[in-house]
Design a protein around this ligand. Sequence first.
Ligand code: PHE
Length: 349
Amino acid sequence: MDIYEKLKALRELGLAKIKETTDEKTLNQVRVELIGKKSELIGMLHSLGDLAPEERKEVGQKVNEIRDLFLELLAKTQKEMAERILQAKIESERIDVTLPGKHHQVGASHPISVILEDLENLFTNMGYHVVQGPEVETDHYVFEMMNLPKDHPARDMQETFYINSERLLRSQTSGDQARVLEKWDFSKGPLKMVGPGKVYRRDDDDATHSHQFMQMEGLVVDKNISMADLKGTLELIAKHEFGADRETRLRPSYFPFTEPSVEMDVSCFNCDGKGCSICKQTGWIEVLGAGMVHPNVLENAGVDSSIYSGFAFGVGLDRFAILKYGVDDIRDFYTNDVRFLKQFRKEEQ
Ligand code: PHE
């Protein structure tokens, strides 16, 4: 084979080898094999002296040409390989930002808390204090101070859980009235307070009764507090909670700690007063009990009933929530099924 054919064969073989390589390690081996010091091609440069002078130049040039070609192709191949590797890495490490994220369960405010906070805001904005009495209360505050001496027949109005003859689970928040009244310093201004909290009664649980529920007591005492103040305040609660277009009415009632006593009804929001199953065909729904503070309650707490007068009200928050949200079973408020509670989530949080 003449030297030019040999060079041609080396060139073809070299190009084919470079083309075949797929990884960097082999590429380096091919580089050494093709243009390393001991390669056949470079070896030819060393034996140029054996050639005729006119051939030397031409063969030398050809060898350099082929070496440059190899170098160029090796560099190109290496670059392509590096790019391929980088591309594969990018591909394998890609993050799909459109995939749905991990879903965390987000809680919702309890419907009774929503109503409670709302009412607390309403009253604190009018300068009322928020007080909280103990759930484990005494007969003294819940009954005796509230004009219900021992053996008073009206004690039967509330089936009470007694712990012993003096200690009980409060059956109403009205004891908060007595606690605040006996401490109030009227020289500092009128007494205006709301007292929300849990109460307990010996009721059998069913759709409309629970042995535990939430009340909010209200009490205002000052000079010259009249029934008109009570009526205005109750109307405000009704319209705030059930809508500005609700009608209200006060019915005479009886509570030992108020005289006169009333119950407030709002016009049925389901039938607008026409009569339906929710309002038992009466057009009205009872929402709370209230009245003018009985002079005995003031006197028991050391407040002069010839100078001071006041009004009080007691709101059943469960009842408000049932009416407002159309809940048909009071037990739903206490079993804490998240599927029930989720419905009261205000917005996606
Ligand atoms: N404590 C009464 C009840 O539980 C409600 C009430 C409070 C009535 C204050 C009048 C004044 O039924």
